[in-house]
Write a new protein. Structure first.
Length: 255
């Protein structure tokens, strides 16, 4: 829920829900809308203070005492502001005609409970979103670990499954509808597959420098702004990949 549009939609839904609840209690949806509009800034401020300040700064850092202390302060302040809104509402909207509002609608405790339910609902949605991000990161980490655990590239060549150790690969070249895996110790091995698919299976010491070339960084003998040299073979660096490729190659050059 990081995009502003999601926040806007969330609060629009909350306003509609509250208007329906209090509008039915008051038998007047228009008055309920005005009342909720006045109360909404307090709800939003409390929600964002709790979810984006108290939780990440104190609760997630295990500073439980300060989290509890500031949480109590936030409740007191928000309820005080809520009472100001109620007083203003009675003064302006209903002109102190309490009979126009049912007991449950004028109960500050009920309003406080509703407000904090919304706050905690927002917190729950936020935590679910963060959990999904964390699970995605864990899945990506597992995929990376699989690449490191496997020490070979497995491809199908001439209807046979062939395993090529990563350390023997110099570079991989894409030729139309198949790839050619080149090494210094063996003959090139051809496989009918896409270079983009092979790129996803390779560990981090392999680098895409061109739409047609993936190189083993550890096999580079020299490089410049335009090309790399591996086993006396010059491979051009493509314009699309130049920025990322040179950043990686400069890092290798300094090591």
């Amino acid at each position: 829920m990081n995009k502003p549009i999601y926040h806007i939609l969330y609060w629009i839904i909350m306003v509609c829900v509250l208007v329906l609840i209090f509008g039915r209690s008051w038998d007047d949806n228009v008055v309920a809308f005005y009342f909720i509009s006045l109360l909404l800034p307090v709800i939003i401020a409390t929600s964002y203070f709790f979810n984006y300040f108290l939780v990440p700064r104190y609760l997630l850092n295990k500073r439980y005492f300060l989290f509890g202390l500031y949480f109590v302060y936030s409740i007191i302040i928000s309820l005080y502001l809520e009472m100001l809104v109620i007083t203003f509402t009675f003064t302006i909207l209903v002109q102190f005609h309490y009979d126009r509002i049912s007991p449950i609608a004028s109960d500050a405790l009920t309003l406080g409970i509703v407000m904090y339910l919304i706050v905690f609902l927002g917190s729950f949605i936020l935590m679910v979103g963060q959990l999904r991000v964390r699970l995605s990161e864990i899945d990506n980490l597992k995929e990376r670990n699989k690449k490191f655990q496997k020490s070979f590239l497995q491809v199908t060549s001439q209807r046979k499954s062939v395993k090529i150790p990563y350390e023997e690969i110099n570079y991989i070249e894409s030729l139309s509808d198949y790839i050619k895996i080149c090494s210094s110790s063996n003959q090139p091995i051809s496989s009918k597959t896409k270079i983009s698919q092979i790129e996803m299976e390779l560990p981090e010491n392999f680098l895409r420098i061109h739409r047609s070339f993936i190189i083993n960084i550890e096999k580079i003998s020299s490089f410049d702004y335009h090309a790399v040299e591996i086993d006396q073979t010059t491979l051009n660096i493509g314009r699309t990949y130049k920025k990322d490729a040179l950043q990686r190659l400069k890092w290798v050059d300094k090591s």
